[in-house]
Design a protein around this ligand. Structure first.
Ligand SMILES: [Zn+2]
Length: 184
């Protein structure tokens, strides 16, 4: 059965960028052209996210330095949230701080208990330039904060301190996919 409305159906699975790739450390540029190239990027992000069994993916994770992310993510009540945001702004991040397991497709196979706010609101544009507001709680709020961080060149590892950070970095050093960061 064919359903053109399922995101990613027409997308191409692109290679994922991994920790050590400078694009992950470079803040993304604002999108200015809401045309077919942007639509193709969003489709590719969905296709790549689903192929990797992720719940969110930012453009830098396929090597594109633009402020775009997609998500298909449950919250703590198992409500599914599916969408994309172009040029997002994190307008609210508040509520209690919860430490929960968090991973990233750019650090495959690893996770660490990471502190995030329990509530987040993101405002931005759709692929056609319409305004959009996304509200998240629980695990979905975590996802919104994680993907938003990517657009500023930040990774969840940066939010870890002390033992948790050292333990994750040791796991990265041992990971089969790891290559040294340039200049390291
Ligand atoms: Zn990530």
């Amino acid at each position: 059965m064919r359903n053109a409305s399922i995101p990613g159906t027409h997308g191409r699975v692109r290679p994922l960028t991994l920790l050590g790739d400078p694009v992950l450390r470079t803040p993304g540029a604002e999108v200015t052209a809401f045309g077919p190239e942007l639509a193709a990027l969003v489709e590719d992000l969905f296709a790549t996210m689903y192929a990797a069994r992720g719940v969110g993916l930012a453009a830098s994770q396929v090597g594109v330095g633009l402020r775009v992310f997609v998500y298909d993510c449950p919250d703590d009540e198992d409500v599914r949230h599916l969408g994309h945001v172009v040029n997002p702004r994190l307008v609210e991040a508040d509520g209690v701080v919860v430490r929960g397991p968090e991973g990233c497709l750019s650090l495959p196979g690893l996770e660490a208990g990471t502190e995030r706010f329990d509530h987040a609101v993101v405002e931005g544009r759709t692929v056609t330039g319409e305004p959009v507001t996304v509200h998240g709680t629980g695990f979905f709020a975590r996802c919104l904060q994680h993907e938003y961080d990517h657009l500023d060149g930040k990774l969840y590892a940066d939010r870890l301190r002390g033992l948790r950070h050292r333990r994750l970095m040791r796991q990265v050093a041992r990971a089969s996919w790891n290559r040294p960061e340039p200049g390291a």
